[in-house]
Design a protein around this ligand. Structure first.
Ligand SMILES: O=C[C@H](O)[C@H](O)[C@H](O)COP(=O)(O)O
Length: 219
């Protein structure tokens, strides 16, 4: 089965977690696009969505799903999003699509984080996938120097401007033995907007698309 079909299977499986009449937190990416397509089939049964990117917002609206301003919503029952990597403790690397900051914000008000992914995303140790760090442009070089001191190799994602008007450094060659410690250290660097480690707010449920079907794992 193709990787996209595995993503699709995971995305559609997440529909089971959507409560009728609720506002759904929606992530970003190719796996989430399948979830949005699935959500479209129950557009008349939900109140709407809070979106983590302009791209997802556009897709949601095209399916007739109302998108609410994050500031008008206090709590979400579920937030559904993909991941670039997820480990056995349900910590993730996210931000391959540069949406990490808004994703972390929307996830922060959700009771449950439902991660949807194909089987290739599950890893023993995070860090094969370069860790995205969103930065204020004027701080980029200073942050890159600090990241080198932490043992990483930051590469500027040329041509990428985030929905927040910021830039991305992709950090290669990190051995992430303690995801929470690194998440905190990176957040402490002046000019870092967000880093793509989701360790403090990991997933609660992982729907993993595999050849044999969708496997459900819980934290
Ligand atoms: O910024 C993008 C997000 O964190 C995505 O959830 C992540 O990159 C996974 O994307 P995809 O489902 O396309 O593999």
């Amino acid at each position: 089965m193709s990787q996209d079909l595995l993503k699709k299977a995971a995305g559609w499986a997440a529909l089971d977690y959507v409560e009728k009449g609720s506002i759904v937190g929606v992530g970003t990416g190719s796996t989430v696009n399948h979830f949005i397509d699935a959500l479209g089939t129950m557009a008349d049964q939900i109140k709407g969505a809070v979106s983590s990117s302009e791209a997802s917002t556009e897709r949601l609206k095209a399916l007739g799903i109302e998108v609410f301003d994050m500031n008008s919503v206090c709590e979400l029952s579920v937030y559904v999003d993909g991941a670039d990597e997820i480990d056995h403790q349900m910590a993730m690397i996210k931000g391959g699509g540069a949406a990490l900051t808004r994703e972390k914000i929307v996830a922060s008000i959700a009771k449950q984080f439902i991660c949807i992914a194909d089987g290739s995303k599950r890893v023993d140790v995070l860090g094969q996938f370069p860790l995205p760090v969103e930065v204020i442009p004027m701080a980029r070089a200073a942050i890159a120097r600090q990241i080198v001191k932490l043992g990483g190799d930051p590469i500027f994602r040329e041509g990428c401007i985030t929905d927040n008007g910021c830039q991305i450094l992709d950090v290669h060659n990190l051995k992430i033995t303690d995801p929470k410690a690194l998440e905190q250290k990176l957040n402490n660097l002046p000019g870092v907007v967000t880093n793509g480690l989701f360790a403090f707010r990991g997933a609660d449920v992982l729907l993993l698309g595999e050849e044999g079907g969708v496997r459900t794992l819980t934290a």
